[in-house]
Ligand binder design. Structure first.
Ligand SMILES: CCCCCCCCCCCCCCCC(=O)SCCNC(=O)CCNC(=O)[C@H](O)C(C)(C)COP(=O)(O)OP(=O)(O)OC[C@H]1O[C@@H](n2cnc3c(N)ncnc32)[C@H](O)[C@@H]1OP(=O)(O)O
Length: 204
């Protein structure tokens, strides 16, 4: 059904435009559900509408699922995956901006859905965000150099406040297929988590 290897950039853009707003609406639904304080009637009505939407979507199943795909031009499409999948509302809304051949940054807002300690981001999601940006920088956006996490080490300096976060990553050195890379997350008060990773470029 989705044969990205056969698609033009325009066709991919049109699919993105179809599904990205659905993903964002589901994220907003989760946020609304986490903030609601209503009576049985309101909650029952919302549940019925959500169940109806799920039934509508289930009536049109995809024949394949793909975590990530490539277009003929070599553009990578994060489709269903948890790190930054366009169609996955559990993925934080990450947009990785490559600031050079060996570095990148993310500016993202993480709200109630990502809470661990009260008012703060769950440590596992901090790890996911750092793993994602380190992996993307290490992979350098190419199928030829896709790198997997070999080892990642995190240091939680202090809790990360929910809200706007800034994330950076930079390659420190490479040894053959091994890429040594560091990164950090900062909230409005400064750095909260640092990461050191060893990513390994997959054998082709
Ligand atoms: C369609 C696609 C579009 C793509 C478009 C691009 C965008 C793409 C963005 C991706 C962004 C992803 C961001 C999330 C990244 C994950 O979450 S990946 C998932 C978590 N990681 C895994 O599942 C990896 C599981 N492990 C493995 O598959 C294999 O063990 C590995 C890591 C590939 C290494 O296997 P291998 O290639 O056989 O490695 P091997 O030859 O044994 O060892 C090579 C060297 O690495 C060292 N090494 C091996 N394993 C380790 C380790 N775990 N720790 C430390 N050192 C190690 C060895 O000691 C050796 O060192 P030297 O002797 O050369 O000094």
């Amino acid at each position: 059904m989705w044969d990205f290897a056969e698609m033009s950039s325009d066709e991919v853009a049109s699919l993105r435009a179809r599904y990205e707003p659905l993903t964002q609406s589901i994220r907003e639904l989760i946020d609304a559900a986490l903030h609601v304080d209503a009576d049985n009637q309101v909650v029952d009505q919302a549940k019925a509408q959500i169940d109806a939407a799920a039934e509508l979507l289930r009536a049109h199943p995809a024949s394949t699922r793909q975590g990530m795909a490539l277009t003929p031009e070599g553009e990578s499409i994060p489709w269903d995956n948890l790190g930054n999948g366009i169609r996955n509302p559990l993925a934080p809304p990450l947009v990785v901006e490559h600031t050079g051949p060996t570095s990148a940054r993310i500016d993202v807002e993480l709200g109630a859905a990502y809470e661990g300690p009260p008012g703060h981001v769950h440590g596992g999601y901090c790890a996911l965000v750092l793993d994602q940006i380190l992996g993307e920088v290490a992979s350098r956006g190419s199928i030829e150099t896709v790198a997997a996490t070999g080892t990642i080490s995190l240091r939680y300096l202090r809790p990360t406040k929910l809200g706007r976060l800034h994330v950076e990553a930079e390659i420190q050195r490479t040894e053959g297929r091994k890429i040594f890379i560091t990164g950090h997350i900062a909230d409005e008060d400064g750095t909260t988590v640092t990461a050191e990773g060893l990513f390994i470029v997959l054998r082709q």
